[in-house]
Design a protein around this ligand. Structure first.
Ligand code: NAD
Length: 443
């Protein structure tokens, strides 16, 4: 994702080591649970389900980073190539102190479902390094980025596993990673990573892709609900890259943006917010907090506001069960990965709130990453209008398929999306002879 890696705010402590703090394995358990339900609908037995849920390959590496002061910091790095049944593994790399092995496993499984659902020729992958990059100088961040590639060199590459930006990694980090890969292998390989600067083979339109895709998904949900956009209000939790672009796109589509939040505060303006002015305020002050013509609210109040559309666009687990019980929106569009916990999901389903799942709602990002990879391999670059058009077509088509499957099965959009995605993975594994033919018919 195109989050700007934060500017270095301080030097790293010498001799420091950031081992991944064990936050537990909730996201992976949740991801497995949802995938297992889909496997049951596809008629898979326990062994087949295990094959689908487990990462094909998981690596943990140690990355030494020399500090500007001549010392050493040692970071734990992870990469999960969850599936390569449909093509090379594809997924972002996250630099965050809370990264754990299980979080990476969960995010990679979600990527497998997402890529398959969108019909991309990729499996799912994800990577992470447990570190606080806010304490890194630019040179130290470069050392970490290059060190990650060297540590996992044998597993990465355009035909094997293709990283992209995620939390606290950006186009600059991708440029270093691509350069390190090319230096180590001795040949040009722009398709080794996506989310690069355009000059180095990045795609026009990649920065906005997740938010734009999210707008398509939200408008499809409103059509399903029979709600005209111009009569709808929207609240966005997490006014960053995905949330900011989604807010602007939904405003342009006629919805009234009434509340936004970021890590430093939340604001509410029932009469409507101007997303462009809000963006200028955030760029100048670093936060949406303090925006004139809006009142400050506690961030935890945002999910319960009186709106038709709620867009969680911050981090995993931001809509827990307690928040779900108070949601008044008609639909929740998951721009973030895993914002609605499984318990919250059940509550929202019981209360009749339509949830557009992350594997569909935020799939615009990986879709344009695929366009970037394809452009790099062809050496032929598309105008931005073409990228936008193809993105919109893919998202519209995926939304229609998921809605139709959910209606046919009488299930949630999430379950339908998992079934449609994993159905392709299962079919690919069978064609490859890695999974026996079905012994019982799909449900
Ligand atoms: P970002 O860093 O640009 O934005 C995240 C925003 O969330 C920031 O404004 C941050 O201040 C805010 N935030 C953090 N903690 C918060 C909290 N407790 N309450 C409210 N706001 C909070 O990141 P992004 O690229 O927009 O990614 C956001 C989510 O979207 C992540 O879950 C990411 O995995 C997912 N996603 C992004 C992309 C992409 O291409 N950008 C693609 C797929 C999924």
């Amino acid at each position: 994702m195109a989050v700007g890696a934060p500017a270095a705010t301080g030097r790293m402590a010498q001799g420091a080591a950031w081992a991944a703090p064990e936050r537990g394995s909730e996201p992976y358990a949740a991801a497995r649970q949802r995938a297992a339900l889909a496997c049951a609908s596809l008629g898979l037995d326990a062994a087949g389900t295990e094959l689908i849920c487990r990462p094909e390959r998981f690596s943990e590496v140690t990355i030494p980073v020399r500090t500007d002061a001549g010392g050493l910091v040692v970071c734990a790095g992870y990469r999960s190539a969850h599936s390569r049944a449909l093509g090379p593994a594809k997924g972002g790399i996250r630099f965050h102190p809370g990264v754990t092995a299980d979080e990476v496993r969960a995010l990679a499984l979600w990527m497998t479902v997402k890529c398959a659902l969108l019909g991309l020729p990729f499996g799912g992958g994800k990577g992470g390094v447990a570190c606080d990059v806010r304490r890194f100088s630019p040179r130290e961040l470069e050392g970490l980025s290059r060190g990650y590639v060297r540590a996992l060199l044998a597993e990465l590459g355009p035909e094997q596993d293709v990283p992209a930006p995620d939390v606290y990694t950006d186009a600059r980090v991708m440029a270093w990673m691509c350069d390190e890969y090319e230096r180590c292998t001795g040949h040009a390989a722009p398709g080794a990573v996506t989310g690069k600067p355009v000059l180095l083979g990045g795609s026009l339109g990649r920065d906005e892709a997740t938010g734009r895709g999210c707008v398509v998904a939200a408008l499809a949900a409103l059509r399903q609900l029979g709600l005209p956009p111009e009569r709808c209000r929207v609240a966005v939790q997490g006014f960053g890259n995905a949330g900011g672009v989604a807010a602007r796109g939904l405003h342009a589509a006629g919805l009234r943006l009434v509340a936004v939040s970021d890590s430093r505060g939340a604001i509410h303006a029932p009469g409507g917010l101007d997303p462009e002015r809000l963006l200028r305020h955030k760029r100048a002050s670093g936060s949406v907090a303090g925006y004139p013509a809006a009142r400050a609210i506690p961030p935890e109040a945002l999910p319960g506001l009186d709106v038709e559309v709620l867009v969680p666009a911050a981090l995993e687990g931001s809509i827990p069960a307690a928040a779900a019980a108070g949601v008044r929106a008609a639909c929740v569009v998951e721009a973030a990965n895993g914002p609605v916990t499984p318990e919250a999901d059940d509550i929202l389903a019981r209360r009749g709130v339509l949830v557009v799942p992350d594997v569909l709602a935020n799939a615009g990002g990986v879709t344009v990453s695929y366009f970037e990879w394809a452009q790099d391999r062809a050496g032929w670059f598309w105008p931005e209008a073409e990228v936008r058009l193809r993105l919109e077509q893919r998202m519209q088509e995926a939304c229609a398929r998921v809605q139709a499957a959910a209606a046919a099965r009488g299930c949630t959009l999430r379950h339908a999306a998992y079934v449609l995605g994993l159905e392709r993975v299962v079919a690919a594994l069978r064609l490859r002879g890695r999974l026996p033919e079905a012994t019982r018919p799909p449900a």
